[in-house]
Structures are given as C-alpha cells and as structure tokens.
Design a protein around this ligand. Structure first.
Ligand code: UD1
Ligand code: UDP
Length: 378
C-alpha cells in the first residue's frame, strides 16, 4: 500500500491562482500528501504574477494561452494537455477551482481517466445559463463530474443539496480567497507603481475599477465606461484607478472611452499585493469581478457590481455590495449617491465577511486526509 496520497492541483487563470495558492501551500505542508501543481496557463502574465507572489513553481505548465483565444480553443487544448499530464502522473485525485474553462476541461479530462475530482468553490449559482457566460455552465458541469464539493457558504451547500448531491459529499469550508486576502493584507506594503505612488490617497477619493466579463463585452462595457467617464467629469475630488484586464477586446473599449480622460488612470494589471492595498485605500469599487465581491466586503469597501445578476448574493444581503446593472445612467446615479450622501455610504462601508474566516484551506485538507485514508499505512 502506498503511504502518500498524490493530489494534483490544477488552475489556469489569475483568480483561480489567487484562490488556490494558499491551498497548495497548505497541501505541501501536510504529511501524507504529495502535491503536484499543474497550470494550464489559460492566462500567462496575469497567472505568473500570482505564481511569483506565492513562490509557486508548477510541475507542469500547458502554456495554452493564445491572444484572443476562443472558449473552444481553450477547452480543446486543456483537454488534450491534461490527458498527457494525467497519464504520466496518475494522481489519486485532482482539485479544480470555480468556474473557468480550465476548471471544466480539466475535470472532464480527469473523468475520462476515472480520476476523482474535488471541486473547490462549489455550489455558486445564478440559474441563468448564459450569465455569467460560460462560467455558470462550467460550474454546473464541473459539479456533476466532482465527487467532493467544497462549498464556501451555506447557500452554496443548499444549492448542491437541492440538485441532489449527497450531503456526505459536500463540505462547507468558507472561501479560500479570504485565506489569501488575510495573508497578503497583513504584510507591510508601499506602492512601487509610478501612478499609485503619486496618488494622494488621503486627500482624494479613489474609485477602483475592473471589468472583463465576456457577457459585458461590447455595448454593456461601453455603457459602464461611459458612466465612469461621467463620474470623473463631475466629481473633481475623485481619482479613478483602473488596472485594465489583458483581454484585447476589453482594452480596445477602455482605450476608446477612457484613455486621456482627466482623473482616470488606466494602468497595467497589478500584482495581488498592490491590488489588495489599492482596494484597502479606495473609497469605492466598481467591478464585474467575482472574487472582488468577496474581498472588498471583508475590507469594508462598498462595491457596485456592474452585472445584471450575481452568484454571490451573500454580500448584497449584508449590505456592502449593490447590483448596479450595466446601464450608464443607473451606474452613474448609484455611484453619485455614494459620493454625495454620507449616510448611504456609511451604511455600505462596513466590514462583513460572509465568505470565510481564513481557515478554508485547513478544512479542505482535513477532508482530503479523511477521504484518502486508504493511502496510509496503519
Ligand atoms: C477568464 C475566465 C473567466 C475569469 C477570468 C478572470 C473563461 C472562459 N473565462 O476570462 O471566468 O473570470 O478569466 O480574469 O474561462 N490575456 C493575456 N494575458 C493574460 C491573460 C489574458 O494576454 O495573462 C488575453 C489573451 O489575449 C486572452 C484574453 O486575454 O486570449 C482572454 O483570456 P481568457 O482566459 O480567454 O478569458 P478571460 O476573459 O480572461
Ligand atoms: N486582481 C489583481 N490585480 C488586478 C485586478 C484584480 O490581483 O489588477 C485580483 C483581485 O483582487 C481578485 C482577482 O484578481 O482576487 C479577480 O480576478 P478577475 O477579476 O480577473 O476574475 P474574477 O474574479 O472575475 O473571476
């Protein structure tokens, strides 16, 4: 009988890397588990920023990123690449995260070789198959493949139970993003980026913006960026900091509508440590990111989510996140209210943390140890 459980962790994009990095570290510290790290590199530069920060060196790198890649290209290349890696490594289980195409295609590749799949950040749902697109379907399909489901919140657990997943296979752990956030936010930090070094964070109100979702590309993104331009024209004490996602389709719209606008700073994607510190020093956050809806409430920062729905309603219920949609006038009105009405602002700017206590990785590893006891010598 083998003494070690061989667990392969697979991820490919920036948010997966941020949320899986603390888990990889925890696994590597655990006796009885051998950890293999495979990155698909669905993202390249934005992934490498995270690998560098958490000092992770992948054992396998599929390097699949192509400029302007289609979802079919990613799926095919990940599926074929993972087939080779899984055949060579024969892990006892793989762990995937969330809802990207890396997540789904890696889970499928493991299923084809009858390798069990653990799904981290399981059970989030909008129940709209085209929003977020293709993430809602990626997450549902991955859930069907997985035999262990690590759900951040009780709502996520209940979603899975309602879909017929046996209770014994679901573990409520909190979200590993809080593990990552607490680790990074605790460290002393000073900005080295020129733009950020020059911002007077005490005298000015900073709005941090990010936007990248596929369903927002085109008309919706034009509306969102127009609202931000209107805000910067009308509120002269505001600085907008927008680290632009590397997707060329996002960059084209951001350049066209926001480049050169006074008080709007379009900058390159930030490493996770500067970005967390930027959020912590911001007045307000406007975003369509999933992960930032979990991080910003923990930092006590109001968030306007520029989407029509969210699979993360917990912080909306707690009052720190509002769904602003993608209409220019509505976004402007909601942001302007937060910039002018202190009572409305104070109501939103409270630290709440429905997504975890920073111990999610420990809980996940404990379950993996219990589940993998057949690999241990007694
Ligand atoms: C992907 C995920 C999305 C996740 C997001 C996080 C899918 C279908 N989408 O979306 O769920 O929320 O990542 O950011 O899985 N690019 C670079 N360098 C990078 C990263 C991206 O140049 O480091 C450019 C490439 O031209 C690439 C494009 O961005 O083709 C889009 O990347 P892709 O992974 O296809 O989709 P995202 O929109 O980033
Ligand atoms: N983030 C970062 N640098 C940036 C912008 C975002 O490190 O310039 C972090 C952010 O804190 C969050 C994650 O990246 O943890 C969000 O990634 P993204 O918006 O790409 O994906 P999503 O959360 O929508 O899946």
């Amino acid at each position: 009988m083998r003494t070690q459980q061989r667990i392969m962790v697979v991820f490919g994009t920036r948010p997966e890397a941020i949320k899986m990095a603390p888990l990889v570290r925890q696994l590597k510290k655990t006796e009885g588990i051998e950890t293999i790290l495979t990155v698909t590199a669905q993202h390249r530069e934005m992934l490498d920023q995270v690998l560098d920060l958490f000092e992770l060196t992948p054992d396998h790198d599929l390097n699949v990123m192509k400029p302007n890649q289609s979802v079919s290209q990613i799926t095919t290349n990940v599926l074929l690449g993972m087939e080779k890696v899984l055949t060579a490594e024969k892990p006892d289980r793989i762990l995937v995260h969330g809802d990207t195409t890396t997540t789904f295609a890696s889970a499928l590749a493991a299923f084809y070789q009858k390798i069990p799949v653990g799904h981290i950040e399981a059970g989030l749902r909008t129940y709209d198959r085209y929003s977020p697109y293709p993430e809602e379907m990626n997450r549902v399909l991955t859930g069907h493949i997985a035999d262990l489901h690590f759900a951040p919140t009780i709502r996520n657990v209940n979603n899975l139970l309602a879909e017929g997943v046996p209770a014994a296979k679901i573990h409520q752990t909190g979200n590993t993003v809080i593990d990552a956030l607490l680790d990074v936010a605790a460290k002393p930090f000073a900005f080295s980026e020129e733009t950020l070094k020059d911002i007077d964070f005490d005298g000015r109100r900073v709005i941090t913006v990010t936007c990248h979702r596929r369903e927002n590309l085109g008309e919706h993104m034009e509306q969102i960026f127009s609202a931000i331009r209107d805000l910067s024209y009308n509120f002269t004490d505001v600085e907008v900091i927008y680290p632009v996602h590397m997707n060329p389709r996002v960059r084209e719209i951001a350049d066209r509508i926001l480049r050169g606008v006074e008080r709007v700073h379009l900058i390159e994607p930030l490493g996770y440590q500067p970005f967390v510190n930027l959020m912590a020093r911001s007045y307000l956050i406007i975003t369509d990111s999933g992960g930032m809806q979990e991080e910003a409430p923990a930092l006590g920062k109001p968030v306007l989510v520029v989407r029509r729905e969210t699979e993360r309603p917990e912080a909306v219920e707690a009052g720190t996140v509002k769904l602003a949609g993608t209409n220019r006038d509505t976004i402007y009105r909601m942001a302007a209210e937060l910039l002018t009405d202190q009572a409305v602002y104070d109501q939103m700017a409270k630290a709440v943390n429905p997504y975890g206590d920073g111990q999610a990785c420990q809980r996940i590893v404990r379950v993996l140890m219990e589940n993998g006891e057949e690999y241990h010598e007694f």
